[in-house]
Design a protein around this ligand. Structure first.
Ligand code: FMN
Length: 317
């Protein structure tokens, strides 16, 4: 009997749905016991998010100072053969509940020497967050075998509208409207079951004891090279502003709220002026930087890769 633990947190239920689809084959498999750990912050995050609360969350998110979690319990005496760590991205960092789990002594003890598969569901910017998760996993002594990254439907320009609108109003949009529905497409969520099927096959062959990956050839992680520079710049900017804002006090302090308003104005000005110009510049420079960006794409797509050669074997529901 193999024991698989899946750890997750979800505000809207989207990531839980992905986890549900992905884990269905594991749940149905004989010889596998699936255990769930749904993380709960001691103080919940609002949804939909009031704008100021949303922005006020970024300094602690990027500096890994999350709200603490409620105590959790797992069945005693169970050694997990595989851990699936599902998370969403907040401000180019792992969402606070996942960081809280990865930093906790209980979480670290649980992950020590364990093979881990990370599963991300976010708008489309997950590279910097996964770098941080890799570091936190290494600190916990875990072994990362695979990474699956699922992203919202629609172009980057459209999800720049649909995802924040969803987060700030709770409105995902209508199929009849001109914008795509916010979040992952139903197809993306449904087809997550291929990863579960491949995990069942791999566990059957004890492959989780090896170096991995177990999920190659399944289009697990596709990197859009156009987003690599944006992620790096965004991360740097969050770190600088986060440092300044944290000096003004903890989330919710009056001085910080005033500065946050200035930050929002700064961001909007940047989006209207600098972002289009830098996008144009980067489009012009891309042919020159192509080789470098392709090398970075290959790096960020590791360990599972973007290959599709096993899709036919594992795509049925
Ligand atoms: C505070 C906050 C910040 C976010 N920042 C990012 C981000 O930097 N990159 C990204 O791709 N998605 C970002 N998202 C979208 C989430 O990754 C995710 O898609 C969304 O919150 C739905 O997840 P759920 O399962 O918790 O409902 C953010 C969402 C929230 C609430």
């Amino acid at each position: 009997m193999k024991n698989v633990l899946v750890i997750h947190y979800s505000q809207t239920g989207q990531l839980s749905e992905v986890v549900h689809k992905l884990c269905a084959p594991l749940e149905a498999a004989e010889g596998i016991a699936l255990h769930q750990l749904a993380l709960r912050p001691q103080q919940d995050y609002p949804f939909p998010w009031p704008l100021l609360d949303f922005v006020d969350t970024f300094p602690e998110t990027v500096y890994h100072e999350p709200r603490p979690l409620q105590p959790w319990q797992l069945p005693e005496g169970v050694e997990f053969d595989l851990v699936i760590l599902a998370y969403q991205v907040w401000f180019l960092s792992p969402a606070q509940p996942i960081t809280a789990f990865l930093q906790s002594s209980q979480g670290k003890a649980l992950l020590k020497d364990k093979p881990v598969v990370t599963v991300i569901a976010c708008r489309n910017m997950w590279l910097m967050a996964q770098e941080q998760v890799k570091q936190l996993l290494t600190q916990a002594g875990a072994r990362l075998l695979d990474n699956v990254a699922l992203v919202d439907q629609g172009s980057s320009l459209l999800t720049f509208i649909t995802t924040p609108r969803w987060m700030l109003t709770g409105n995902k949009g209508r199929p009849g409207g001109w914008l795509p529905v916010a979040g992952l497409s139903e197809q993306t969520i449904g087809r997550a079951s291929r990863f579960g099927q491949a995990l069942v096959a791999a566990l059957d062959r004890d492959e989780e004891r090896g170096p991995g990956p177990l999920l190659h050839g399944l289009e697990a992680a596709v990197v859009d090279i156009r987003l690599i520079p944006s992620e790096r710049i965004g991360r740097r900017s969050f770190m600088i502003w986060g440092k300044l804002l944290r000096r003004l006090g903890p989330p919710g302090t009056a001085a910080r709220r005033i500065a946050l308003r200035a930050y929002i104005v700064f961001l909007l000005t940047l989006i209207i002026t600098v972002v289009p110009m830098s996008m144009l510049l980067r489009t012009l420079l891309r042919p020159l930087l192509r080789r470098k960006l392709m090398a970075q794409k290959a790096y960020f797509e590791q360990p599972s890769g973007s290959g599709t050669q096993r899709m036919a074997t594992f795509t049925h529901d």
